[in-house]
Design a protein around this ligand. Structure first.
Ligand code: MIC
Ligand code: SF4
Length: 686
């Protein structure tokens, strides 16, 4: 923790040459809110879309399944203390601790938080994004988190970005975070939500219009008269699921709603009024009239496969789950509780509530809602991500599950041919009552006495227990505790002149990091053991892949558009690297995954549609140029020769910094080498 008055604590600004002093706020007119916050945190570059910028990070968030690598890399970089204003380690994804390896990971994380100076949230205290929102998210701050839904506090005016664990470790050590300046898009909200339409329908509508690639390279900034009708928890549902659009982040201005929410949390002194300038210029504008919205639903198996609920009415529903970082808050569960008052769930439908935080559970229990819902047929889970990544409540074969979550990628629920729909708590509860998908407006008409429960904030969140949140001052460990399953982070050798090998796997568009490195119970226990985790790599696409990759000892992956969308897990780059993959040829890449490929020394090359079509799995691929020299020299177009028969051009879109990472075998080797003598200092990437 950075604390004034302590001479052992280093301020990152003191490290001239590692991180440049923050520039004074540029006095330019017409800035978006995103530009204002970035300008205030800029340490390198200009705010020109597409140009690389370096920003100072105020807050860091990490969770249990990415956090172990974050701290192992923090340790490998010889860093000795957290340098950001605040860092928080949450334990939320694998709280059931099916195996001692999960429990060992949690103990290691507590010890790392204690030793290095982060807050520690115990398993069961809730999902990182929910607990962070309740305790730490604050307007005008920047945050980097090793989870793709880190943008959630954008609903409170915080500029929060998801990244791979190594980037988070470096930022936590006081280094700047580097990113291509995104375009800022104005999402102008007009009108007010009508009965039964919710914040979830706002983001589902955007997914319907823009698709899972629609936000790549963009920040979505919400403006317009409709903003003031949405409370902070409604806004955070929207910013949370902006990740599914591929957006770098999403942000709302702050206003009375923000102040009101913060004061209910007992943090009114953290309120800051933040608005874009009246003459701010945006790269694009999308208008959503809230009053036109109706209950929507994402059909299997992509979050952008959205239709009005009325179009899919009558589908039998076996399971309903309310929870996740999108719609698992107290305010999301309350409408379900109200709808179930005096009713039962259908006998053929099981309904589970997995609160996003223990605070939500505690408040619902104290107010008596939990007992009412239990009596109606609901089963309560501890506060966890759980089912969202296939840990528990795996749907039955050939069954339909309706969830208030943000992702329904095929197989993510824990069964390969799943049928998962995404919707609001109101639509989910209507289905639990009816036993089938039903537009809640139709159900209300049929039942006669079912009213739109509306959206209500808790009177005060202050009384809820804080016993599961351990501050750095109260840390219980000062040494790292590593169980037998916690290994080192493997490193790659510096890049050579030749890259040649088979196209080991050819994949379609929109391959997710869930396909590359699954997150179900069997795999999750190996998040700190890369040799073991590697055995799961891409098995959801082809079971034989890990064996074939090891045998080939080098080779390429081939993919269509948006390769690596979804989660931030760096394991999806680290495991292929461990298995010998040297390059990925894809039509386009998702932002975080592309950064992770650079970080672990895998060359991401873009190919056109024709090349993608011609190249076959098993083809022999060679990069004709002297790869290490060409990358170092800034070359963008590379020639690939396939089967010694035909040639095509593949493009490398990389900054100088990313080229240096590739040259040195990845960011960890690069940063380690640069600072081998600078123990404890803020790491620099350049
Ligand atoms: C997800 O929703 O896919 C996860 C699990 O939260 C991931 C993080 C991880 O893989 O551990 C994410 O979104 O980044
Ligand atoms: Fe957890 Fe699901 Fe949110 Fe990821 S998307 S943080 S797994 S609840």
């Amino acid at each position: 923790m950075r604390q004034s008055g302590s001479d052992t604590v280093k301020n990152p600004h003191e490290y001239a040459g590692f991180i440049r002093a923050r520039r004074p706020l540029t006095n330019v007119m017409g800035q978006t809110l995103t530009e204002k916050i970035l300008d205030d945190h800029l340490v390198e570059g200009e705010l020109t879309p597409g140009e690389e910028i370096g920003i100072e990070i105020d807050q860091v968030l990490t969770q249990d399944t990415t956090g172990t690598l974050v701290w192992l890399q923090f340790e490998a970089l010889d860093l000795d203390e957290v340098q950001t204003e605040l860092a928080a380690q949450y334990c939320d994804h694998q709280t059931y601790q099916f195996d001692f390896k999960n429990t060992d990971d949690h103990r290691f994380l507590r010890s790392a938080a204690g030793k290095f100076g982060a807050h520690f949230s115990r398993p069961g205290n809730g999902i990182c994004h929910n607990v962070h929102k309740e305790n730490f998210a604050a307007p005008g701050k920047t945050m980097l988190g090793s989870d793709s839904h880190t943008p959630t506090p954008g609903g409170l005016g915080e500029l929060a970005i998801g990244a791979g664990g190594l980037d988070v470790a470096v930022a936590m050590g006081g280094g700047a975070y580097y990113i291509d300046m995104p375009e800022v898009v104005n999402v102008r909200l007009e009108g007010e939500l009508p009965a039964w339409a919710t914040a979830k329908d706002v983001i589902l509508e955007l997914l319907r219009r823009l698709s899972v690639k629609g936000g790549v390279g963009k920040v979505l900034e919400y403006t317009g008269p409709g903003v003031e009708s949405l409370s902070v928890p409604e806004r955070t549902t929207i910013t949370n699921m902006g990740t599914e659009l591929g957006a770098t982040t999403s942000i709302f201005p702050t206003d009375e709603q923000t102040e009101d929410y913060l004061s209910r949390l007992g943090r009114e002194d953290e309120h800051v009024e933040l608005q874009p300038d009246d003459d701010a210029e945006y790269a694009d504008e999308v208008v959503v009239d809230l009053s036109d919205l109706e209950p929507l639903i994402a059909q299997p198996s992509m979050p952008d496969n959205v239709v009005p609920v009325s179009e899919v009415e009558g589908v039998d529903v076996d399971q309903v789950i309310i929870g996740s970082c999108t719609n698992g808050a107290y305010e999301d569960i309350l409408p379900a509780a109200k709808m179930l008052e005096g009713r039962n769930t259908a006998k053929t439908t099981s309904m589970i509530v997995a609160p996003g935080s223990k605070q939500a559970s505690e408040m619902l229990a104290r107010e008596g809602w939990t007992a009412e819902m239990m009596a109606a047929g609901v089963n309560f889970s501890e506060a966890t991500c759980g089912a969202c990544i296939g840990n528990g409540h795996v749907p039955a074969s050939d069954s339909v599950s309706l969830r208030t979550f943000n992702r329904n990628f095929e197989g993510r629920s824990g069964i390969q041919d799943d049928s998962v729909y995404l919707c609001s708590p109101e639509v989910a509860t209507a289905a639990a009552i009816a036993g089938e998908i039903v537009d809640p407006r139709d159900l209300a008409e049929e039942l006669g006495d079912l009213e739109d429960p509306g959206f209500e904030l808790g009177d005060s969140y202050v009384g809820a227990s804080q016993s599961d949140l351990i501050s750095p001052e109260d840390a219980v460990d000062d040494e790292l505790i590593k169980g037998p399953n916690i290994g080192d982070v493997p490193l790659r050798d510096p890049l050579g002149a030749d890259i040649q090998g088979p196209a080991l796997l050819k994949m379609p568009d929109n391959i997710t990091t869930d396909h590359i490195s699954p997150a179900n119970a069997d795999a999750l226990m190996y998040r700190s053991n890369i040799p073991k985790l590697s055995e799961f790599t891409l098995t959801r696409v082809d079971e034989t892949f890990p064996e074939r990759a090891k045998e080939a000892d080098g080779g390429f992956l081939v993919a269509g558009e948006n390769y690596g969308q979804g989660s931030s897990r760096e394991h999806a780059a680290l495991c292929p690297m461990y298995l010998g993959i040297e390059g990925v040829l894809a039509q386009s890449f998702a932002r975080i995954h592309k950064a992770n490929l650079f970080n672990f020394g895998i060359v991401p090359l873009e190919i056109d549609e024709e090349t993608y079509r011609r190249i076959e799995q098993g083809d022999d691929v060679e990069i004709v140029d002297d790869v290490s020299e060409a990358i170092a020299s800034g070359q963008e177009a590379f020639t690939i020769r396939v089967n010694d028969d035909w040639e095509a051009t593949a493009m490398l879109d990389a900054s100088e910094r990313e080229r240096r990472f590739l040259g040195d075998g990845g960011k960890l080797s690069h940063t380690k080498a640069k600072h081998s003598e600078g123990s404890g200092a803020a790491p620099a990437d350049d």
